[in-house]
Write a protein that binds this ligand. Sequence first.
Ligand code: SF4
Ligand code: SF4
Length: 307
Amino acid sequence: MSDIGKLVQDPPKGPIEPVRLGLDDVIQFHCRPGIACWNACCRSIDIQLTPYDVLRLSRRLGIPTWRFLAEHAVQFDLDPHGMPGIKLKPVEGGTECRFLREEGCGVYEDRPAACRYYALGAMGLRRMGTSEVEDIYFLVKEPHCLGHKEPRRITIREYRREQGVEKYDDMNREWREIVLKKRSSGPTIGAPSERSFDLFFMASYDLDSFRLFTQSEGFREMFDLPEAELKRLEEDDEALLAFAMRFLKQVLFGEQTIPLRPGARERRLARRKDKIEQRLKAEAARREAHDPRYDEPGEDEGKGKSD
Ligand code: SF4
Ligand code: SF4
């Protein structure tokens, strides 16, 4: 399934029909059980995962997101700065999807958005100077896929509905906007710090760790959220994902939508200053301990010249 509906911002590589399609355009395509190429597209995968994909798949497998990431995903760079993206890991030593079973997709109801879109490529374009993301679509025609020879005609709108893509797009919309904004912000926002990428990774893909973070003392000291909202974040995955996007916008772009406790920022800065000072002192002590200039004179030293 190389170049399956690429969904975020990279134009699909490979055999794209060079025609930009909109929601009401009609395509000729039908993927159905019994077709001669059944599952051929799952034998050589290159599937980028979105935050909602990770959530659905980890819940499907009954494991926390951090375990899903460790076992089923590989990281790659979404941009030249190293903004982290993830892809589905194929089977060990091969190119086939790890969820492919003899009868078909083993996670069909929770398959990633890219699998749902195929054989469409979808990407978001952000207009210069706005946060608006426009969705455009392409047909991806790979020789192994016989779905293009089937007589069925369908609009992109109908196809998206049939494949259950709409929910995925809704849940990922803000994330796509963040990625596009981050990628196109360039020098106005400056080179992103490693810390901002760590937060981006956690809030985007590792929602179970993000949940623990929202329950931490540090978080609660910093942000002034009503108990009812904190409880919702504890129990509701989709509310947590939506909140994670709010959090990222605040951290990455300074969009203040999560109220801070009075003096929280100052307290945090003071704590950070203390930590930096402690680290510097510890480093100085460590250097002194290993620097021969600070060593106690040994037996041979101090005798030298007078001997
Ligand atoms: S998740 Fe399912 S549909 Fe997607 S590549 Fe794997 S087996 Fe195929
Ligand atoms: S028709 Fe295309 S999408 Fe469907 S199983 Fe065959 S190769 Fe995969």
